[in-house]
Design a protein around this ligand. Structure first.
Ligand SMILES: [Mn+2]
Length: 229
């Protein structure tokens, strides 16, 4: 049994599926996905369908809500939100569903997204999409920050964290920067480095990005898979 974390798939269904093949992902394993399943990439519908299929067949896939899911949910009833969402990669999402209007998408996808939590707390990990607002005494109160916050590492409250590690996505990093964060995380003398950003910008065709990153939460090994969609 293994526990894995990945994030920010952004419509890269082919890469996501290949990743699970490479992991030999089975019903004995757990997969945590930290949000942003959709937008920008070529097959957002394919990503959602695959996750739903895995969950329905009894695989342990636990999903968080990302800011892109929030934006899509808001776009159903708000013209201005929808205009922004289309520019943020929502147009590609509509295309993957083969529809022109967001209201033509099957309700089951919205119901699934609406039910997603913003945080999963485990004995050894805290999982969020973007990060935590440590400027308030209890960071679990600020649910908005969990989906949107950036540049929050300096504020981490180690007392609240209580020895756990924060895994998140949302801010794309190069492979080199992710490996550096992991090195700091594993360095016992570096007690403030209790975080790991797993977003390697799978959907972005930049040097050092364009890969899906998976973290084994038990062995603490990290693997990168080049976008193959
Ligand atoms: Mn995001």
């Amino acid at each position: 049994m293994a526990r894995y974390a990945i994030t920010d798939i952004h419509g890269c269904a082919g890469t996501f599926k290949q990743m699970l093949v490479n992991l030999h992902f089975s019903k004995n394993d757990k997969l945590y996905i930290l949000g942003d399943y959709i937008d920008r990439g070529p097959d957002s519908k394919g990503v959602l369908d695959y996750i739903l299929e895995l969950q329905e067949s009894g695989h342990q896939v636990h999903c968080l809500k990302g800011n892109h899911e929030e934006k899509m949910l808001l776009s159903r009833h708000d013209v201005n939100q929808c205009r922004n969402w289309l520019k943020w990669g929502g147009a590609e999402t509509l295309e993957s569903f083969g529809v022109e209007e967001i209201t033509d998408i099957d309700q089951k996808y919205f119901a699934w997204m609406e039910a997603l939590p913003n945080i999963i707390e485990l004995p050894d990990y805290v999982l969020v999409h973007a990060g935590l607002n440590f400027l308030v005494p209890d960071p679990t109160v600020d649910q908005y920050a969990m989906r949107w916050i950036r540049n929050w590492y300096r504020d981490i409250n180690l007392t609240w964290l209580d020895g756990r590690t924060i895994l998140h996505g949302h801010t794309p990093l190069s492979e080199e920067d992710i490996r550096e964060q992991l090195k700091n995380l594993l360095d016992e003398d570096n007690e403030r480095a209790q975080y790991l950003d797993l977003d390697n910008g799978c959907v972005y065709e930049h040097e050092g990005r364009n890969q899906l990153c998976v973290f084994n939460m038990d062995t603490k090994a990290i693997h990168f898979l080049e976008n193959c969609g």
